[in-house]
Design a binder for this molecule. Structure first.
Ligand SMILES: Cc1ncc(COP(=O)(O)O)c(C=O)c1O
Length: 366
């Protein structure tokens, strides 16, 4: 049997007619950049995410950039960023000329904690980026307390965590702002690029809206240096169709994760466990195994596609060679990069496919 790591065509086929109808409506109305579809999506996504308002953005990286700008972060500032995440989390600092200061993560949740963040705070720290990695909310209360005590805002990178909650509170609503990505592979993915900023701070969202369109509210008057980070109408239309499926898709991801946990018995394997403060939405199901590369080759030999997310910690990326810290300084993040293996977890995986992945893992001889 062949099991793909991700097969978007399954959901796209099921939603084909609805999405194409939404495209036709947008096409006929000529609402391509922002417009009614984006406004409607912003409202619907805000409701789904438990916030009053959301701002549709061109992509998740731009969303992080806009939040950094809205917080007036810039040269001379340090921003704490987990060392085990996608590179864009660190661009939050780089794009505004600030310095990303990498912190270690918890080997159980793969997320930064108040302790690992505290160890990375410097006198110049002006923000903390928390990533709810793979869909698992970070342990927010101690992090928020740390931020409050030091007067440092907490930005939530929710790119992988649509509908995730922390002790019943939606991600993105606890820090000063939350950013989302709608890259096609995300739990809620467009048919192209997309992103959003959410916040309970109306003034911050107002600034994000201004910066999103060239720093302009009145045509050809530019109050500050802004960007072309508009969300496209066609994307908003597709996202509105897909948003209606998001709860069911999230339930399917959680059920698959539970099936993996019940089935995988391979020795020396660490599986993701639901955190005490709320289960993951399983953007990824990432196990740890000391012989990860051999296990991955065994799965590939038997037709099961997997991925390494992420094979290198951020402080070991060539682009941050001068920033560091040196290899060996953030041992948990470095160990994760060496031992992590992400399994197929997309909603449309069949029971037979799941059973086959489990059986193939359990027959790995090591
Ligand atoms: C944790 C994280 N942050 C930020 C981003 C950036 O999102 P985008 O690809 O939409 O720019 C991504 C996704 O790619 C991500 O996984």
């Amino acid at each position: 049997m062949k099991v793909p790591f991700l097969d978007l065509s399954r959901s796209h086929q099921a939603l084909r007619d609805e999405i194409l109808q939404s495209f036709a409506a947008t096409y006929d109305a000529g609402r391509f950049c922002l417009g009614d579809d984006v406004v409607a999506f912003e409202k619907e996504f805000a409701t789904a995410s438990g916030v009053a308002d959301a701002v549709g953005i061109a992509n998740g990286t731009a969303a992080l950039h806009l939040v950094a700008r809205a917080l007036n972060l810039g040269p001379g500032d340090d921003i704490v960023v987990p060392a085990f995440t996608f590179i864009a989390s660190a661009w939050t600092a780089s794009y505004v000329g600030a310095r990303p200061v990498f912190c270690d993560v918890d080997p159980a949740t793969y997320n930064a904690t108040a302790e690992t963040i505290a160890a990375a705070i410097t006198p110049a720290t002006k923000a903390i980026v928390v990533v709810h990695l793979f869909g698992q909310a970070a342990d927010m209360d101690p992090i928020l307390e740390l931020g409050r005590a030091r007067g440092i805002p907490v930005i939530e990178d929710c790119a992988q965590a649509h509908l995730a909650t922390y002790r019943g509170r939606p991600v993105g609503t606890m820090g000063c702002a939350g950013t989302f990505s709608f890259y096609p592979t995300k739990n809620l993915g467009g048919v192209g690029e997309g992103g959003a900023v959410v916040s309970t701070d109306a003034a911050l969202l107002e600034r994000v809206r201004l910066l999103r369109v060239h720093g302009s509210k009145v045509r050809y008057q530019h109050d500050e240096v802004g960007y072309n980070y508009r969300m496209e109408g066609l994307q908003a239309g597709a996202l509105r169709v897909k948003l209606r499926q998001l709860e069911a898709w999230t339930a399917a991801r959680r059920a698959h994760a539970q099936t993996y946990r019940e089935g995988i018995t391979l020795a020396d394997t660490q599986l993701p466990q639901p955190a005490a403060w709320g289960d993951s939405v399983y953007h990824q199901f990432t196990l740890l195994h000391p012989r990860r590369d051999a296990l991955r080759a065994h799965l590939a030999d038997h037709g099961v596609s997997t991925d390494l997310i992420y094979p290198r910690a951020l402080h070991e990326q060539p682009c941050f060679a001068e920033i560091g810290p040196a290899t060996g300084s953030l041992p948990a993040a470095e160990a994760l990069a060496r031992t992590c293996l992400s399994l197929p977890i997309f909603p449309e995986l069949t029971e037979a496919e799941l059973a086959y992945v489990i059986e193939t893992i359990n027959t790995f001889a090591g």
